[in-house]
Design a protein around this ligand. Structure first.
Ligand SMILES: [Mn+2]
Length: 526
């Protein structure tokens, strides 16, 4: 389906832009096909090996993501047959188009469809308005949500990020982002991570399950001179947070979902939605809040709470400040919070919310803003051990930051060929799934550098290519050296002080590797 939607609606089969779009479509199909094969393969192996021991795969629930190198038709069937496009004929067409393109990933549309009638049908399909962002991603969401109903603990981390297309003046019909000057999209993602282990520092280690939800919007600027009441009535950015749970079934027994969001989401609606569905939450508070039934505010209650102890938080480099390990002091208190006013009246209080204050102590010199978090959570926080795990889980928010970086780099690799926002959206939907796969590879290279998942899933041809290009690695091919070699194809220098490769080089290298394998296959078959 990915494929399909990458050719946006409104495309004229005779229009000038057709060749461009074709190239783009094919390239991305190529990404998606190959990545789906490789990384889907990577993922269930490690999951089953790690958390499910010897259970047969069909019992673990992740069997549905397990695709090894399978024939194109089978793959397309699995990925796309269940997309809801409103018309079964469209599904049939979708599977057909994807199959054809999978079998001919290096070519153009006319090459994939030598028959003129079929080519016309493919263009008509791409033109169809039913093939949109949400529908492309729906099967992926459903698989993720189903996988999250297996017993275990899941972090569902939500955040938003901008895809900036300001530097493409020719692209029409984009949203307004940033300070109102930028143009592009706002992506709002909820990423599911399954917690599998805890480090000694009480930080969770886990496996990426997938996107629980994702929205892509082209925001319009707020009307000038809008009043507060009008603003509250309008559907605003803040109303999206945790909204995914409002219509969803609560998690089953033995299955814990912990919703994690930063202070953009503060505060009432997300907590209310989580409480109604008995979903745990850790949300960073933004403003001080009134307590219910008593005088006073949240910060005052925190100030009276006793200190539970200290722990450390790893901070990544940002805003010119280097990465550092912050030493923080923790306090916890349980409160009832007053409900805010919304059109229709005052809202019910939020009962029994734990609040943890995380305050950096002895911040090194030159640090402008010592770390200070106020976390609102459903998880009890009576002891230092409990508090440390809550802080550890909140720190796992960097998974989603890393994911958005992957998505931005992916969208940046080939962002210039489509000329309207509506055409770019389905392309972003495809890249969203590819980004999940790439993130998982990167995470495996980090958490299990010596693991063999990448070797198994890249397969002998890709490894032979890498070997031909860079020589045989000292040991066997591992998660880490496969990722590094792939990035080297994309321009990563891999010198001693270079650390791990960034997203740009990973994407570029991956793309090149796939083209090389394609060339090899062509040589071997002719
Ligand atoms: Mn944010």
């Amino acid at each position: 389906m990915c494929t399909v939607s990458a050719v946006p609606s409104g495309l004229s089969p005779t229009g000038d832009q057709v060749p461009n779009v074709e190239t783009l479509v094919i390239t991305h199909i190529f990404f998606v096909l190959a990545l789906a094969d490789l990384f889907c393969n990577l993922w269930p192996n490690s999951l089953t090996a790690r958390c499910c021991g010897g259970l047969p795969r069909f019992l673990t629930g992740r069997f549905m993501i397990a695709t090894s190198l399978q024939p194109a038709g089978e793959w397309a069937q699995k990925e796309f047959a269940f997309a809801v496009l409103g018309d079964l004929r469209l599904n049939k067409r979708l599977v057909n188009v994807a199959t054809k393109l999978a079998a001919s990933p290096g070519g153009t549309l006319p090459q994939a469809f030598p028959d003129w009638a079929e080519l016309k049908a493919a263009y008509r399909f791409f033109d169809n308005r039913s093939v949109d962002y949400k529908r492309v991603l729906q099967p992926h969401f459903e698989r993720t949500r189903l996988a999250c109903r297996e017993p275990g603990e899941y972090l569902i981390i939500e955040d938003s990020s901008n895809l900036d297309f300001s530097h493409h003046p020719r692209t029409q019909d984009l949203g307004v982002i940033g300070d109102g000057q930028g143009k592009g999209f706002e992506v709002h993602s909820a990423l599911a991570v399954r917690v599998e282990a805890w480090t000694l520092e009480q930080r969770p280690e886990g496996q990426l399950v997938g996107l629980f939800d994702q929205q892509c919007r082209r925001p319009r600027p707020a009307p000038k001179g809008e009043r507060r009441r009008k603003r509250l009535e309008r559907r605003r950015k803040s109303s999206w947070w945790a909204e995914i749970f409002a219509g969803a079934e609560a998690p089953p027994q033995g299955c814990r979902w912990i919703y994690i969001a930063d202070r953009e989401s503060d505060f009432y609606e997300p907590i209310d939605r989580c409480q109604r569905k008995e979903i745990d939450f850790i949300i960073r508070g933004f403003q001080d809040r009134r307590l219910a039934d008593e005088a006073g505010k949240l910060r005052e209650a925190l100030a009276k709470a006793s200190v539970l102890g200290q722990c450390t938080v790893e901070l990544r480099a940002r805003g010119g400040e280097a990465a550092r390990t912050a030493i923080v002091e923790l306090r916890g208190v349980k409160v009832d919070l007053d409900g805010p006013w919304r059109p229709g009246g005052w809202q019910e209080p939020l009962r029994g919310v734990w609040v943890i204050e995380v305050q950096e102590v002895d911040a090194p010199e030159g640090v402008k803003e010592p770390l200070h978090w106020v976390l609102l959570t459903s998880l009890p926080c009576r002891t230092l051990a409990e508090a440390r795990r809550i802080v550890g889980r909140y720190s796992a928010r960097w998974w989603i930051e890393e994911y958005h970086k992957a998505l931005k780099s992916g969208a940046g690799v080939e962002d210039s060929q489509l000329e309207t926002g509506g055409r770019l959206e389905p392309l972003i939907a495809i890249l969203a799934v590819v980004g999940v796969r790439l993130l998982n590879t990167k995470m495996l290279a980090r958490s299990r550098p010596e693991g063999a998942e990448a070797r198994e899933s890249f397969g002998p041809e890709a490894l032979a290519m890498l070997e031909k290009k860079f020589g045989r690695p000292k040991g066997p091919w591992s998660n880490q050296n496969v990722l590094i070699a792939t990035a080297r194809l994309g321009g990563f220098l891999a010198r001693k002080h270079d650390g791990m490769p960034g997203w740009q080089t990973i994407w570029r290298g991956w793309q090149r590797l796939m083209w090389m394998c394609e060339g090899l296959e062509t040589l071997n078959t002719t």
